[in-house]
Design a protein around this ligand. Structure first.
Ligand code: GAP
Length: 536
């Protein structure tokens, strides 16, 4: 891995992030030594940690919303009948057009939206063909005529078993797993409602010519929570009083063209817009997750309401969660809040002949579902976009400490005179509490830049003074300020700084930062290993 900055002049933000992502080990095209296929990506060592951080944040937050929310894990390959029951075989289609000469295939709605800047969600195949013709849209690759638009089913089909007669599908959404598991889990968990089942897992979609790099994938991860409830109680939410004055940032379907965002309290959303309390409550919780937990600036967040034509075939109410990303040229969908009615349990009951009704008191009914659905990879990309900063001397990801792939880097100033040994002891001590990285190559200035570039919020430098007085230099990524901290206080100090209980400047004795290269100047060596060996 080279140390040169990854931002050659003249490159835009997307290119810089992509270069850092592949060079430093966040993510890169899967199987790239054989020529990568669009829509498939490998998470490298940093990306895997960033993704895991986001997933833990999501899991702790959303499963913590109720004692009746649980997580399951399931197979990715499912029988054909599942998707007859869910409706995906009939309806999970994208509009496809093909070049009559080079036979390259395109998503017709994307070609139209690029050329006319109009959203054609919900428009029929015949009407899209007419729009292509009226606007004289040709093949973007060879400028030949485009064939009439037809529907293309996005599921990956596979033959399972030796006969090749058993057709199965890769699940196109993780959501189907909780519907299939509902009966068993509901019975095992003593039949209370509302009841939630979450999955963090893979989903697969045979996207037609995915173009947005890391944003539109064919294999991706979803984090979804299905909340099963009594439809007669959709206008009830247990903790309503905590959110009723909370303002949602909402772009209504009627304002979608101008992209106008209304700030409207949950109470107003319920009374004036008739958004049921259960839905508005969960929208508030989703917004709070993005703003308070992920640290997304408020102005970059909005819900966008989808109208009847645009929303997914299974939804009665559909709000996309969109984040404003420079790399994607505006607000783009990363998640959704969906009211799916009893579409799925009803469909599965009919096709499987298995009763999926519940009996609560003297009432028998098929529960309805409110779904909170998140694209994990899109949220990872959003973190990279929102927290990326370019300064004169360096680039950095200003990730919140709880999300960053590495929390603390440990730097022995020199590789001799017992400094590496002492640094290793500190590294091992910190490793029990934080995500730590040991960096002992190149000048200290370069090492700082390298960790800034991957978003490491804190660094600890061990020098000759450390051997004498058991103190180290603690450096803050964002301000580049440095303080001197006692080794024995290091863990507690870092915990307080990360939790926001202690300002960095007050974490130790201020250090006037030297020109990093000069820090390598040798000092008198006194053999002294101050850490207690028993603590290792
Ligand atoms: N279970 C509901 C569902 O799957 P969706 O709107 O189709 O709804 C939910 O997908 C989320 O999954 C999206 O908001 C997006 O973040 C993510 N997602 C969908 N398709 C994707 C793709 N091709 N690549 C990456 N993420 C995708």
């Amino acid at each position: 891995m080279g140390d040169k900055p990854s931002n050659p002049k003249g490159t835009n933000k997307t290119e810089i992030i992509m270069t850092i992502a592949s060079k430093r080990g966040f993510f890169y095209p899967s199987a790239e030594i054989y020529g990568a296929k669009a829509g498939f990506w490998t998470y490298g060592h940093l990306g895997t940690r960033l993704k895991q951080s986001w997933e833990s944040l999501w899991r702790n937050y959303f499963l913590g919303l109720s004692k009746s929310y649980f997580e399951i894990d399931d197979c990715n390959i499912m029988p054909k009948k599942v998707f007859e029951g869910s409706g995906h075989l009939a309806h999970f289609n994208d509009p496809l057009t093909e070049c009559e000469k080079c036979h390259f295939r395109f998503r017709a709605d994307q070609l139209i939206e690029d050329a006319t800047h109009t959203n054609v969600g919900g428009v029929s195949a015949e009407d899209m063909t007419k729009i292509l013709d009226d606007n004289k849209l040709l093949c973007p690759r060879c400028a030949s005529k485009l064939l009439p638009v037809k529907w293309f089913n996005m599921m990956f089909e596979m033959k399972v078993g030796a006969t090749g007669e058993d057709i199965m599908y890769l699940r196109p959404e993780s959501a189907q797993s909780p519907y299939l598991a509902f009966k068993r889990e509901f019975e095992a968990l003593r039949k209370k409602i509302p009841f939630g089942l979450a999955v963090i897992g893979k989903a697969y979609r045979n996207e037609i010519s995915p173009r947005q790099g890391f944003f539109r994938l064919r294999e991706f991860t979803q984090a979804e929570l299905q909340i099963f409830f009594d439809p007669d109680k959709i206008n009830e939410a247990e903790n309503w009083d905590f959110v009723k004055a909370y303002k949602l940032r909402l772009c209504l379907a009627k304002d979608a063209k101008e992209g106008k965002i209304n700030e409207i309290t949950c109470e107003e959303a319920n009374k004036e817009l008739k958004i049921p309390k259960l839905c508005a409550y969960n929208m508030a919780k989703v917004q709070q997750f993005y703003l308070s937990k992920m640290g997304i600036p408020e102005e970059k967040f909005r819900f966008r309401e989808l109208d009847e034509k645009e929303r997914a075939f299974y939804n009665k109410l559909h709000f996309d969660i969109e984040l404003n990303m420079d790399t994607l040229g505006g607000f783009k969908e990363v998640a959704g809040v969906h009211y799916r009615t009893n579409h799925d349990l009803g469909g599965h009951q009919e096709h499987s002949k298995e009763k999926l009704e519940v009996v609560i008191g003297d009432k028998r009914f098929i529960p309805h579902v409110l779904e909170l659905s998140f694209g994990v990879d899109r949220d990872v990309w959003a973190l990279m976009d929102v927290f990326f900063k370019e300064e004169t001397e360096r680039t950095l990801f200003a990730f919140p400490a709880g999300i960053a792939p590495v929390t603390v880097a440990v730097y022995p100033l020199v590789n001799k005179d017992n400094i590496p040994e002492y640094s290793t002891e500190i590294y091992e001590r910190l490793g029990k509490e934080f995500r730590v990285f040991f960096d002992d190559s190149a000048s200290i200035g370069r090492r700082y830049r390298r960790q800034d570039e991957i978003g490491t919020p804190y660094g600890i430098t061990i020098d000759y003074d450390s051997l004498n007085d058991n103190t180290v230099t603690l450096r803050d990524r964002d301000s580049m300020k440095q303080v001197r901290v006692k080794v024995d206080d290091l863990i507690q100090t870092l915990k307080k700084v990360i939790a926001g209980e202690l300002a960095f400047e007050k974490a130790g004795t201020p250090v006037v930062a030297k020109a990093p290269e000069k820090e390598e100047k040798e000092k008198a060596y006194k053999p002294h290993l101050p850490l207690n060996k028993h603590e290792k």
